[in-house]
Write a protein that binds this ligand. Structure first.
Ligand code: FES
Ligand SMILES: [Fe+2]
Length: 398
């Protein structure tokens, strides 16, 4: 009998559970119907609370591979705050509020590699550790204490091949909870072959929700995903506040004759990892897609997307070419279909037709050993955190 180990089912157990669902025409389900108030997608007040919450949790900012060497940096807005993440001369990751200590200009934009950061407004310069390096026209600032005018740091830590940033005093472990119990999500050999950003007129949670259920496969993806997969046949698991939803391909049934211990799921399932609350990592047949949803308004979201070769594939040219073909296929077919559906749901939100959205299960409603209680995970967990009478700051032991 396969065991649940390391916080998630191993391959053998996933295959066993999937084949059981195939045989019985079942899927992992929650215990009750989840009703999400539609106002939670509309409300400006709710939106402000969610963005505030994002500042108080460790949130994946970028893959570690996006800043491979000393001086490599990524500058972007996260939860409304301009941030700069850089690898310093010792190889450690640092994060700063991206605002010059003179008059607040951003000291870096986008991505690149620098020995130090020079503000393009009046030329104040900062080292990779954030310390103030130089002030032009120094005689105009006779009283400035350099030591207290470095870039303002924020908490940054590397885990599972990603950089997590916590902007304000943490109210929980967020996505970091349970990560130590699962295998590395992004391994050092995985090569980023594409990074992009895209802004869409949709609520930030809609895109994530669309990736966490398989009820729509037959109707939304009749010629793209459905011929190779199943409708409403998923394995749903939780680790900490996070989830993994397994979408099997029909070819997984070929493993029936393979001894259980030799069952390898590579190419036979798509794993969708949801890192609480605004990040997804999708491990497809020939590439891995990491997407970070940055809320702009209740009806507008910027997506930061990274595409990588799969674990074990490295940066070999043939593997990269195969990963690119896989990514293009997914984006041109099912990806477009999902995007169209999400746009249509956003329009439906504005129709005032519904007060509630219904789910037969909710991500986070997964089986737990008897007697184990937990806070709701996934998007549902946002509601649980926001419902606390007062956020309780907690110490994160990193
Ligand atoms: S705002 Fe940066 S040097 Fe003036
Ligand atoms: Fe879909």
């Amino acid at each position: 009998m396969a065991e649940q180990t390391m916080g998630l089912l191993d391959d053998e157990a996933v295959v066993e559970r999937v084949l059981g669902h195939v045989d019985n025409a079942t899927s992992d389900m929650g215990e009750s119907v989840w009703r999400e108030p539609v106002d939670n997608y509309h409300s400006q007040e709710r939106f402000r609370s969610e963005v505030e919450l994002l500042k108080h949790l460790p949130i994946p900012f970028c893959p570690s591979a996006a800043i491979p060497e000393a001086g490599s940096y990524v500058a972007r807005v996260a939860a409304g705050t301009p941030l700069l993440v850089v690898r310093d001369e010792n190889g450690d990751v640092r994060a700063f509020r991206n605002a010059c200590r003179h008059r607040g200009m951003q000291v870096a934009e986008g991505t690149g590699c620098k020995k130090y950061f020079v503000c393009t407004y009046h030329g104040w310069a900062y080292r990779l550790d954030g310390s103030l390096r130089y002030i032009p026209h120094r005689h105009g600032f006779p009283d400035i204490d350099d030591a207290s005018h470095g870039l303002v740091p924020v908490e940054a830590v590397e885990r599972h091949g990603m950089v997590f940033v916590t902007q304000e005093e943490a109210v929980g472990l967020g996505a970091l909870e349970g990560l130590d119990d699962i295998p590395q999500l992004i391994t050092p050999d995985q090569h980023i072959f594409d990074s992009s950003e895209k802004t869409s007129d949709v609520h930030w949670k809609l895109n994530i929700e669309a990736m966490l259920e398989g009820l729509h496969i037959k109707f939304t993806h009749p010629e793209s995903f459905y011929p190779y997969g199943y409708d409403n046949l998923n394995v749903v698991e939780c680790f900490g506040n996070n989830n993994r939803v397994t979408f099997p391909f029909r070819r997984i049934e070929k493993l029936r004759d393979t001894p259980p211990a030799e069952r390898d799921v590579a190419g036979k399932v798509t794993y969708v990892y949801h890192l609480f609350p605004n990040v997804t990592i999708v491990v497809l047949s020939n590439h891995t897609a990491l997407s970070i949803s940055e809320p702009i308004s209740p009806t507008r979201t910027r997506f930061f997307n990274y595409r990588l070769t799969n674990s074990g594939e490295g940066s070999d040219a043939d593997n990269v070419a195969r990963a690119k073909r896989d990514a293009e296929f997914v984006l041109d077919t099912g990806g477009k279909e999902d995007a169209a559906a999400i746009q249509a749901i956003q329009a439906g939100l504005n129709s005032s037709a519904n007060q509630l959205h219904l789910w037969p299960f909710r991500e986070g409603d997964c089986a737990l050993p008897p007697g184990v209680e937990r806070q709701p995970a996934g998007i549902k967990g946002i509601r649980a955190l926001l419902k606390r009478p007062a956020w309780q700051p907690c110490q994160i032991d990193l």
